[in-house]
Design a protein around this ligand. Structure first.
Ligand code: NAG
Length: 186
């Protein structure tokens, strides 16, 4: 399931990173300002005017951009200024092109084993090194993700946002398809 994968990536990030999103009201419109995260990844901090429990020192992904059918390595380091305990949750929004694909809330502690961590997490410095395989069946297109993690007391742990575009299936695949079709016709 491609969307399971996307959320797993998000959990990797939310569990090991600190984000900030800037939000302010202007003429009745909420604006979100993002800040870059040190390291190379398609993600940014969001809600950056708001205090956050996680400070993400660095976030690296390889390859950038992520590729279908390849392993994606995620290396993150960050510091938690408060513990994360049972009851923590994460709100995830994923847009696929113009379509709202996912709008859901997940139990953060239930997802942490995906990244070899478990609740409670004490405050302190953490490093994460995780490899996830991106299935080659992920549909091509543009995916936009916003994930906000909160403690059980609704304090913002981190806000992460990012965009990944998986290109249309490559020429090599079309060529091999054409070749098999012409083989069938002879
Ligand atoms: C991804 O990593 C797994 C486990 O290390 C390995 O078995 C698999 O062959 C790798 N996939 C690719 C496409 O490199």
């Amino acid at each position: 399931m491609p969307f399971g994968l996307l959320t797993e990536i998000l959990f990797c990030l939310t569990s090991a990173s600190a984000f900030s999103v800037k939000q302010f009201m202007k003429d009745g419109q909420t604006q979100i300002l993002n800040e870059p995260i040190p390291g190379e990844s398609p993600l940014e901090l969001c809600d950056s005017l708001q205090p956050q429990i996680l400070t993400l020192d660095s976030l690296k992904m390889d390859p950038v951009p992520p590729e279908r059918g390849e392993n994606l390595t995620i290396i993150a380091s960050g510091t938690l200024s408060a513990p994360v305990e049972e009851g923590a949750y994460v709100d995830v929004d994923v847009d696929y092109g113009l379509i709202k694909l996912i709008h859901a809330t997940y139990d953060l502690c239930e997802e942490l084993p995906n990244v070899d961590m478990k609740c409670p997490i004490k405050k302190g410095h953490y490093e994460l090194n995780k490899k996830v395989e991106i299935p080659s069946q992920v549909p091509p297109g543009q995916y936009k993700v916003v994930a906000r993690a909160y403690t059980k007391d609704d304090e913002l742990i981190t806000c992460l946002t990012g965009e990944v575009v998986f290109p249309p299936y490559g020429w090599s695949m079309l060529e091999s398809l054409k070749n098999s079709v012409s083989l069938l016709m002879y």
